[in-house]
Design a protein around this ligand. Sequence first.
Ligand SMILES: C[S@@+](CC[C@H](N)C(=O)[O-])C[C@H]1O[C@@H](n2cnc3c(N)ncnc32)[C@H](O)[C@@H]1O
Length: 316
Amino acid sequence: MGYTDTHIPVMRKEVMHYLNLKKGDLIFEGTLGGAGHTVEIIKAIAPTGRVIGVDLDSQAISTAARNLEAKGLLKFITIVNDNFSNIKNILRENSLQFINGFLLDLGLSSMQISESGRGFSYLKNEKLDMRFKGETGIKASEILNEYSEGQLSNIFYKYGEEKWSGRIAKNIVIYRSSRKLELTGELIEIIKKSIPLKYQHRQGGHPAKRVFQAIRIEVNRELENLSNALRDGVDVLTKGGRMVVISYHSLEDRIVKDMFTSFTGMCTCPPDFPECRCNPVRKGKIITRKIITPSDSELLENPRSKSAKMRVFEKD
Ligand SMILES: C[S@@+](CC[C@H](N)C(=O)[O-])C[C@H]1O[C@@H](n2cnc3c(N)ncnc32)[C@H](O)[C@@H]1O
């Protein structure tokens, strides 16, 4: 089992620079994928260090294990098929309490887009599934066929920042009144029908891009998982340990930015709040005053890295 395609790790050099690893470190990598970053991490911390490598997708887990075995590195990792938001439980189950570094490379891998058959790509006609963990949880098709028009419109707007969310939701409800919505191709047709032709490429990228992102976020509870992982991850970091997070859209990046800011002890309440309600407690400092993005040469080599944004926090 596992994927046959490869995923090029994003900002590999920058990740290694900012993780600032040493031999013997214990690293929590919450998004193992094809183990692209893991290979470099293991080289920096072995033979005395260890990686706890987590992924929700069992096919990604098989791919990572195969890639690491081929390089003779499997003995330096504990692979866990779980949600990175369960970081504290995962550590406890492995009789561990603290980590020296934490990496999240969010979103999905090229392998999942090209091979999973779960409807992540708007360039293919596949079943509308979109679950990272293929076996459990609500599928994209269930959301599209069962949520109310208002709920759908809200999700497309909130998680996709889609300006035409109301029309798209309305047309989905009309479509499903005569037949079930099961395939990505059907959804793409509805989206294209809902957005006037002259606006279809004005918001940037494929006209279905934002709705696909929104459904994926809802299916996998991505924003909630990210917040929980950062909240618990910072607690288990040792002094000087770093959190490195690569995000791929503005909603994720905002969560990372706000949570890192609150970890410095600064208030992140909206400016119109009469008093602070977030009660921040200082836990460390932000290392990247400006976000880190891929270099021009990386963008040429791997155009999929285009939307990547990296932020780094260090524990006191
Ligand atoms: C961009 S890929 C990681 C690629 C990896 N850094 C590499 O270089 O090969 C993101 C991975 O995170 C996994 N993932 C997404 N959300 C997750 C979650 N909440 N818990 C665990 N894994 C998750 C996805 O299944 C996917 O394999």
